[in-house]
Design a protein. Structure first.
Length: 217
């Protein structure tokens, strides 16, 4: 049985657009309440949500911040053979800022009208543990107290790399991180993983990844 790595889990998080968020029900105490929510990955590789204060899950979280998020690889027919994971942790409510809104809207442009509503707020799931299943006999737990922290890049460097990148036609870059590129192409969300995590060679990794897209066009 092969144990998953943090990098594998991060790629799955970035590849998905939504997941099932489970909270502790206030209407039916003692029972979990699950709902489907879109999210955007933060620079720290955590799911960022935009919520309404009127939503049932929002009321649940204000009473108990413990939650879990289930995400599954998109476009697969055999659920039991596809990658999926459950992130378990606590929700942290965030102060609304232009930078936070801009990042969320890059990934979720349809949410712009929701941001105009007065009761909308941002929150993020800070994971404690992840249960990853990559298929039969490919599963395991990732404990964040024991797992080396994920590599991150600053928003300023990400913006600089995006601005200088030679982007192929019909490709919209959503985000760049040390492990890969998030993009929207041909009506679908895509994730391109780097062969190795990028450091000072981030620009070269991005250029190679984008060149591979042009080569497939």
């Amino acid at each position: 049985m092969s144990k998953p790595t943090l990098e594998t889990a991060l790629h799955l998080l970035h590849s998905c657009e939504s997941g099932a968020l489970a909270t502790h029900s206030q209407q039916v105490p003692g029972y979990p309440f699950a709902t489907v929510l879109p999210y955007a990955p933060t620079a720290l590789h955590e799911p960022l949500f935009l919520m309404s204060g009127l939503a049932e899950h929002a009321r649940n979280l204000k009473a108990d911040r413990r939650a879990s998020l289930l995400v599954a690889a998109p476009g697969t027919q055999d659920v039991l053979e596809s990658a999926r994971m459950t992130m378990v942790g606590e929700i942290e409510f965030l102060d609304r800022s232009e930078a936070l809104a801009a990042r969320y809207l890059r990934y979720r442009p349809e949410a712009e009208s929701y941001l105009a509503l007065g009761d909308m707020f941002f929150c993020v799931l800070r994971p404690r543990r992840i249960r990853f299943i990559g298929g039969f006999a490919r599963m395991g737990w990732l404990d964040f107290a024991e797992t080396p922290p994920a590599l991150t890049i600053t928003p300023e460097r990400e913006a600089s790399v995006i601005a200088s990148a030679k982007i192929p036609p019909a490709v919209l870059l959503l985000g760049i991180d040390a492990y890969g590129i998030d993009m929207h192409r041909a009506g679908h969300r895509e994730r391109i993983s780097f062969s190795t995590p990028a450091g000072d060679d981030l620009e070269a990794c991005v250029a190679t990844a984008l060149a591979s897209i042009r080569g497939r066009a």
